[in-house]
Design a protein around this ligand. Structure first.
Ligand code: MG
Ligand code: ZN
Length: 216
């Protein structure tokens, strides 16, 4: 019974996601679905990269959050258009929420939309929102066992950002093991080591995004 309900929900979501994808494609907009645990550093990564990106392209952000506007306020300070989605406790964004959110953006003026999903390593991976690709943030402080424990999100993501890499010496996170596990789960996954404190990897992340925008 529950399996059937879930299948129907996902089927309906896929339909709307396909409509979103067509819309983004028609407007030549790259859409990234940014996922990761609460506290992995998704919003901080955006804060540190949006101004670099905005020098070259027109970018907007959709902020998914359970209840607050805290992250959207942080993005707004970067002078980038931002739309807040409050899921009222819902643990992931779906395609319909993103469709409603983009109604308040001027799609003719945009090259890139970054969707910051609700902090969660599980179900955001199951819901296509019409993005070009998913990216997942895994911070060093979460532990190197996460790829094997939550394989779907890493399998679905084109990029993994190993964030807070500056904290590596203070943890027992085994970088070699984590990289090996990620590559086993997803052989072509791109891995970027980042730190919002030292700035490591941020240019690489921006360059990767800009290259993907150029490909459209
Ligand atoms: Mg956040
Ligand atoms: Zn969920």
């Amino acid at each position: 019974m529950e399996v059937k309900v879930m299948k129907n929900i996902l089927g309906e979501n896929d339909k709307i996601a396909a409509e979103n994808r067509k819309l983004f494609n028609d407007k030549n907009i790259l859409v990234i679905n940014l996922m990761g645990s609460p506290g992995s550093g998704k919003t901080s990564l955006l804060e540190k990269t949006l101004s670099k990106l905005a020098e070259k392209i027109n970018v907007a952000v959709i902020e998914g959050d359970l209840f607050t506007v805290k992250d959207a306020e942080r993005i707004e300070r970067q002078n980038v258009p931002v739309v807040q989605i409050n899921t009222a406790g819902g643990c992931h964004l779906d395609a319909a929420m993103v469709r409603r959110a983009v109604e308040s953006l001027n799609l003719d003026e945009l090259n890139l939309i970054i969707v910051e999903n609700v902090g969660n390593l599980v179900c955001p991976a199951e819901f296509d929102v019409g993005e070009n690709f998913k990216a997942v943030v895994l911070s060093i402080t979460e532990g190197d066992d996460k790829p094997l424990k939550y394989p779907l999100i890493f399998k679905e993501s084109a990029v993994t950002l190993l964030n807070k890499i500056d904290l590596l010496p203070y943890t027992n996170f085994n970088l070699e093991n984590a990289r090996a596990d990620l590559t086993t789960i997803h052989p072509n996954i791109k891995i970027i080591e980042t730190s919002c404190t030292t700035g490591a990897g941020l240019d690489e992340f921006c360059d990767f995004i800009l290259m993907e925008v150029k490909k459209l």
